[in-house]
Design a protein. Structure first.
Length: 411
């Protein structure tokens, strides 16, 4: 670990950096109906304000990951945060849906620099089992942000309209830039001067993609994130337009998911020393399976009960709070010398899943709870399946894959 950067400080910095994701998405959860009315836009392009953000976020990680391995985490983070702040200004001034989608995509691309470096920092500083504990601690803080963002977003949109949510993102970005600039040292142990060269980059990318542990952990996180993104992209619409809740009340109800997510991260921190990464996600899979079964029943019957729906989503969030820290740590565990690239490739997979979910929801939202329940049920059930098969078989941390290795170490 770097001098002056204690586990508590590292967890705090991780929390702040990773919180840029829920700030970017969750502040907008209750703003989509207001946005659509103000810009006179149909729901499909309105959904693109989220989908384009996530797709740009995933694509940009493929750029920022190698750059961070080459030049270090700190300069890449700061560059991304400045770009994100500027994109917030552009989104806030947008007068039509097309311009807003472009600026939201710019937000996603800039956000990728901060988030991919944050994930890579964990591997810079810790071995896999230690890193999962620190990541879980950071994601507990992230859960607090996930609780506050829907509440704050609902209040801002109710009082000032959807542009206030964008302004809130900009304020958070400026504050985060100042904090990182003054408090966070460089964490990379050895810069890889070949990280951005085409041939070594391709070689290392293929080695990562061939690694069975990387594939298992990345697929786990992609499945659970697919369920989460279904909620991000549709729960606000369902709560307001289908279940007839006020904007403020919808934000309050959705914040319960954040509380459950915190519970999952706390349980993760308790189970990790006893059961390890693989054992923890195997136990978390029971929560995912239970949520999948409950939501499948909601989808079949189209029961329009706010509390039944939220109970199901909260159970899902407990499982997600364990799958996410373990999966993100496991995906980069074998690549200490290319943690930025491994993080970027995993993040790109998540973004592809989210973009596909967003496109599907743009067509599937039909004035019922079925699309929301179906999407989360699928993500939860697949998470359990992957945890009990691929992760159980390939998920144990293996010896690191060293630079220049002809092939990855496999079990």
């Amino acid at each position: 670990m770097r001098p002056g950067l204690t586990p508590a400080t590292a967890a705090l910095m991780l929390t702040l950096l990773l919180s840029l994701q829920p700030v970017t998405t969750d502040l907008m959860l209750t703003a989509l109906p207001s946005l659509a009315a103000d810009l006179k836009a149909p729901m499909a392009p309105v959904q693109l304000t989220l989908s384009a953000t996530v797709l740009a976020f995933g694509l940009a990680q493929l750029f920022w990951g190698p750059v961070a391995d080459r030049f270090g985490r700190r300069p890449v983070m700061l560059l991304g945060l400045v770009g994100y702040s500027l994109a917030c200004v552009g989104a806030w001034t947008s007068m039509n849906i097309e311009t807003l989608v472009l600026w939201r995509a710019a937000q996603g691309a800039a956000m990728a620099a901060a988030v991919v470096c944050a994930r890579a920092m964990v591997r810079d500083l810790y071995e896999p089992h230690e890193g999962a504990g620190v990541m879980a601690r950071a994601l507990t803080g992230l859960g607090v942000v996930a609780i506050l963002c829907p509440l704050l977003g609902g209040l801002l949109v109710s009082a000032f309209g959807w542009r206030a949510a964008i302004a809130g993102m900009g304020v958070c970005a400026v504050a985060l830039t100042a904090t990182i600039a003054s408090q966070l040292p460089e964490t990379i142990r050895q810069r890889n001067r070949h990280a951005t060269r085409a041939a070594p980059l391709l070689h290392q990318s293929l080695a990562i993609l061939r690694h069975p542990g990387f594939r298992a952990w990345t697929l786990l996180v992609a499945c659970t994130y697919g369920g989460l993104y279904t909620t991000l992209a549709s729960a606000g619409i369902v709560m307001i337009q289908v279940l007839q809740l006020s904007t403020t009340m919808a934000g309050l109800v959705l914040s319960l998911m954040g509380t459950s997510y915190i519970g999952g991260t706390l349980l993760c921190r308790r189970w990790l020393p006893r059961h390890g990464l693989v054992g923890t996600v195997g136990r978390a899979a029971w929560f995912s399976l239970a949520a999948g079964a409950m939501l499948a029943a909601v989808a079949v019957t189209d029961v329009r009960s706010v509390w039944l729906l939220m109970l199901s989503l909260c159970v899902f969030s407990v499982g997600h709070g364990m799958h996410q820290p373990c999966g993100q740590t496991g995906a980069v565990s074998a690549f200490p010398h290319a943690a930025g690239l491994a993080s970027a490739l995993a993040g790109f997979a998540l973004a592809l899943v989210a973009f596909g979910v967003g496109l599907w929801l743009g067509q599937a939202l039909d004035g019922s709870v079925r699309p929301l329940a179906t999407g989360v049920a699928a993500g939860a059930s697949l998470s359990a399946l992957v945890a009990w098969t691929l992760v159980r078989r390939h998920g144990e941390p293996l010896p690191p894959v060293l630079p220049g290795a002809a092939r990855p170490v496999a079990g």
